[in-house]
Design a protein around this ligand. Structure first.
Ligand SMILES: Cc1cc2nc3c(=O)[nH]c(=O)nc-3n(C[C@H](O)[C@H](O)[C@H](O)COP(=O)(O)OP(=O)(O)OC[C@H]3O[C@@H](n4cnc5c(N)ncnc54)[C@H](O)[C@@H]3O)c2cc1C
Length: 258
């Protein structure tokens, strides 16, 4: 098919963009109805959803949805949240919300009631298990915990991984049950979340061997940038690192390419 015939079937190209690929990037839209909500830890609230067509959801562990969260003032906040778990047979999807203060995401999660329905788009994102690694390194803060645990749980028996996870304190620790051999180290910040070098220092002490490795670097954007830079210095190739800025002080919603 040449450019002219492409334009006939995909009119967006005539305006310098491709409507079909834009729709693909945004993903499909879903109506998610709350089934239940519960605290996982004092600062993490799990909300379980169902949806009539959820059996058609094509999800890779680690990926997220963009949720449209109604607010008390009548507005709607669009925020990225990772699919913590998905059971297609039960049409059930779980999302874990960090309660970091008075902000739309946590506010909605705290008020979520069975029967409420929200909109979601996706799944999206390159954060997913790559098949071609001998071992994996997961680095992240509490916002990355759902992605790290979802990916760790998806690894088969015999796979090896190491996770360094930064949280505020022991009250934020969660047990990980998975088939793979995953060693989790918890780093206690004991301070408000934000730019800091705790994980970077732990990474420097670990000095991981890049041979056969794939690293996932997720969480606060400036921390992610520093950790990715350090991994590149250790000899990790760019294609051996999946990095994404999940949040940063002052930014509202969205995500940062790193
Ligand atoms: C791909 C992807 C997956 C994500 N998955 C999850 C997930 O599974 N669970 C989850 O809880 N978050 C996740 N996040 C992060 C989440 O989208 C952001 O934290 C988002 O800003 C939360 O929206 P909010 O309404 O709470 O705060 P916003 O209204 O967006 O921000 C208000 C203020 O709070 C600050 N802020 C935002 N997040 C935090 C935080 N964690 N700690 C301290 N201050 C913060 C902002 O910088 C801003 O100053 C993910 C982000 C991305 C990009």
């Amino acid at each position: 098919m040449n450019e002219t015939s492409l334009r006939r079937v995909r009119p967006g190209l005539a305006f310098g963009f491709d409507l079909a690929s834009l729709a693909r990037r945004r993903g499909r839209s879903w109506d998610l109805t709350v089934v239940e909500a519960a605290q996982v830890t004092p600062r993490m609230r799990s909300v379980s959803f169902t949806g009539a067509d959820l059996a058609e959801l094509d999800w890779r562990p680690g990926q997220d949805l963009v949720l449209s969260l109604p607010q008390a003032d009548g507005g709607v906040a669009r925020r990225h949240y990772t699919i913590r778990d998905f059971n297609p047979a039960a049409l059930r999807l779980d999302i874990d919300f960090v309660l970091h203060g008075d902000a739309p995401g946590g506010r909605w999660a705290l008020g979520a009631q069975p029967g409420q329905t929200i909109g979601a788009e996706g799944p999206r994102g390159r954060t997913r298990i790559t098949e071609d690694a001998d071992w994996r390194l997961f680095l992240g803060d509490e916002t990355a915990l759902p992605a790290i645990f979802a990916m760790a749980e998806a690894l088969p028996a015999g796979a090896r991984a190491r996770a360094l996870i930064e949280v505020d304190g022991p009250q934020d620790v969660q047990p990980l049950a998975c088939a793979a051999d995953v060693e989790v180290e918890w780093l206690f910040r004991r301070a408000p979340a934000g730019p800091n070098d705790r994980l970077l220092m732990a990474l420097a002490a670990l000095a991981p061997d890049p041979m056969g490795a794939h690293a996932y670097v997720l969480g606060e954007t400036s921390n992610v940038r520093a950790q990715r830079h350090h991994l590149l210095g250790l000899g990790f190739g760019r294609d051996q690192i999946t990095a994404e800025g999940y949040w940063r002080p002052g930014r509202v919603g969205g995500h940062d390419h790193v």
